[in-house]
Write a protein that binds this ligand. Sequence first.
Ligand code: SME
Length: 159
Amino acid sequence: MSINEKIDIVRREVDNLNAEARTADQLMQGITVVLNQHMLKYNWVGFYMLEAGANPPMLVLGPFRGAMTPHTRIALHQGICGAAASSGKTVVVDDVKKDPRYLACSLETQSEIVVPIFVRGRVAGELDIDSHFLAAFGNEDRELIEYCAMLVGKRLESA
Ligand code: SME
């Protein structure tokens, strides 16, 4: 099966989840399970959400699949997670060893992608994925993960 066929199947699963989930939290839980189970290089899949009313702003660990991380709270000036949330842009790191921003979650992680989630045009959180493989996130992966983040943002907007 090609990567595009695989991604099409996962996209349909995510659409089904979106149709069935009653809350944003259920949708987020479901996305972590589907991405972690079907995308074999997505070894840690989790959400960080901006804490309501926190000053300074703080990302707080939400639903995730994979090993427990020491980073349950991340300030916006810290890590790849902070970089994605503060810039409002997807960050793809092909080799975390070469990125001084990287906060280690697991010794096995080699590459990472973090995609912001927007609610009414403002960053509300992000979807973070770590891989045990170098450069695991190509354009097709990025589009899939951005699609998942968009669905969560829309769901939060209607909450
Ligand atoms: N690596 C992230 C921290 C979160 S863990 O990957 C789960 C970062 O650099 O922000």
